[in-house]
Design a protein around this ligand. Structure first.
Ligand SMILES: [Zn+2]
Ligand SMILES: [Zn+2]
Ligand SMILES: [Zn+2]
Length: 146
């Protein structure tokens, strides 16, 4: 029987196919590395973890792949304002969410829900705008730094 992690990986691969994207061994391994793990990865960390298996893999490819996965809501980008420390977190595509970032210590907290109401998306549709993805973060101070 396939494990939960394998099921999640196959689900994400199906999403790539649906979006008309090629399912390359590199893309599959990036998903496999991150799937189901609560920890966050920087572009460099993902690159370091996979460069043995994929010697031709460039940092740029990892960066572009992570942004593609972010567009599909497979990973979410954390710390949008500071591109030097941007990190990526695996996100169950069924559980889209946002983050609160502490400006003192850099800690980021997962928020339970998306604050955008359905009415907001309805109004976009009325303008014939097709929303595919959005980004939203709250900046402030965490409990330890307050
Ligand atoms: Zn803090
Ligand atoms: Zn999160
Ligand atoms: Zn949202």
């Amino acid at each position: 029987m396939a494990s939960q992690a394998e099921k999640t990986v196959s689900h994400c691969i199906a999403l790539l196919r649906e979006a008309g994207l090629r399912v390359t061994p590199q893309r599959t391994d990036i998903i496999r590395l991150m799937a189901g793990r609560a920890r966050r990865y920087s572009v460099q960390e993902v690159h370091r973890s996979l460069s043995k298996k994929h010697p031709g893999l460039s940092l740029d490819t990892v960066y572009r792949t992570l942004n593609t996965l972010a567009r599909l809501d497979i990973v979410s980008r954390v710390n949008l304002q500071n591109t030097e420390v941007v990190q990526y977190e695996f996100q169950d595509p069924e559980h889209h969410h946002h983050h609160a970032i502490c400006m003192e210590c850099g800690k980021s907290i997962c928020l339970d829900e998306c604050p955008l109401p359905a009415a907001f998306f309805d109004s976009l549709r009325r303008m014939k705008f097709k929303p595919e993805h959005h980004a939203f973060e709250v900046y402030g101070r965490c409990a330890a730094c307050a």
